[in-house]
Design a protein around this ligand. Structure first.
Ligand code: OSB
Ligand code: MG
Length: 368
């Protein structure tokens, strides 16, 4: 299959409520979408890079730039491309995993559609629905947080993740535990807001029966995370630190995590995400699927990934209405606390043209 044309489209979707983390506050969700036209049909991809470079070094304008200058020319010049060939083809360009992930996703969507095969089947899914968790941002007050958590539990979410930072950690976690009880599956995510010197403070979270603490320290602080693994009773999960199957294998070997959050965008695509799943499975390390407030496109792929056998923990794959009043695809809905894994060819969803046009802020076409 040959890539004949790539359309880059930046969109901006308003969020139903602001999402605050230790990294900052987001009112809207930008995304860079990729539409490839190949000799075997079209495919869609979504980059998870954001406005600023706060979560990782990648950001949407940088993603756009490296795609058009360095990555897409390689795709267009290749005599034959398959999803599996995308990463090797783009490997001479260092880094930029979010950009590479979106391009691989689009090629994979086109390829699988041409076979009539779903992402789920192709990746090795073993279920047709996945339990849904929700990531709850930092709020202005504990009562506001309790109201938000109460609403999500009423909707049926199976697991609550609280964003934490210094000054918003022990008290909100205690309040949620006291109000909703020990049966609520509860975890926290610090997005690297602490340092090794905070170990004693973080150990106070051990009182609350948390499933895990996600990325407490800097993404490069492997020794610090290994020390926390030894000193805390609560399991440590890595997000930002895990950028490849190799880094996952290293983190496990160094005792730097008990659990891994897998985000396809962060690790260069669904195929590397599956390799991380496999490495973790071989080491007895459970994984779960993270999220980056994706549109229905990324959500479709994430739901498929989350259906693999070692995704034994509930992911941040929430329903579309947790994020957007109107998604750009048919919305994902919560049924009995689960999302259905799309079973149609490729991602199993496509953007709805009118909805897409409404939120598009710029477009660029590159041809062979
Ligand atoms: O650390 O998991 C994170 C959103 C943006 C950037 C980083 C993170 C998140 C989330 C949201 O927690 C998860 C979701 O998509 O619901
Ligand atoms: Mg995280």
């Amino acid at each position: 299959m040959q890539v004949e044309r790539v359309v880059l489209r930046q969109i901006n979707l308003p969020l139903v409520s602001p999402f605050r983390t230790s990294l900052g506050i987001e009112y809207e969700k930008p995304a860079l979408l990729v539409q490839v036209t190949t000799s075997s049909g079209d495919g869609w991809g979504e980059s998870v890079s954001g406005f600023d470079a706060s979560y990782s070094s990648e950001y949407i304008e940088g993603t756009h730039d490296v795609m058009q200058r360095h990555l897409i020319p390689r795709l267009l010049a290749a005599p034959s491309v398959t999803a599996s060939a995308v990463a090797p083809l783009l490997a001479p360009v260092k880094g930029h995993r979010m950009a590479k992930a979106a391009l691989e996703m689009a090629v994979m969507d086109a390829e699988l559609r041409s076979y009539g095969m779903s992402f789920a089947t192709s990746l090795g899914a073993v279920t047709d629905r996945v339990p849904s968790g929700v990531s709850v941002g930092i709020m202005n007050s504990v009562p506001e947080l309790l109201a938000a958590v109460s609403g999500y539990l009423d909707q049926g979410y199976r697991r609550i993740k609280l964003k934490i930072e210094p000054g918003w950690d022990i008290a909100p976690v205690r309040a949620v535990r006291e109000r909703f009880g020990d049966d609520v599956v509860l975890q926290v995510d610090a997005n690297a807001a602490y340092t090794a010197a905070d170990a004693r403070h973080l150990a106070r979270l051990d009182d609350f029966g948390l499933l895990l603490i996600e990325q407490p320290l800097d993404e490069e602080d492997m020794r610090g995370h290994a020390a926390l693994c030894r000193d805390l009773r609560t399991p440590i999960c890595l997000d930002e630190s895990i950028v490849s199957a190799r880094s996952a294998a290293d983190a496990i070997a160094w005792g730097a995590c008990h659990i891994v959050n897998i985000k396809p965008g962060r690790v260069g695509g669904y195929l590397e995400a599956r390799r991380i799943h496999d490495v973790c499975a071989a080491s007895g390390v459970p994984v779960w699927c993270g999220g980056m407030l994706e549109t229905g496109l990324g959500r479709a792929g994430n739901a498929a990934l989350a259906a693999l056998p070692n995704f034994t923990l509930t992911g941040d794959v929430s329903a579309s209405d947790r994020y957007f009043a109107t998604d750009i695809t048919e919305p994902f809905v919560l049924r009995d606390g689960h999302l259905d894994v799309p079973g149609g060819p490729g991602l199993g969803v496509v953007p709805i043209p009118d909805l897409l046009d409404e939120v598009t802020t710029s477009m660029q076409e590159l041809v062979r």
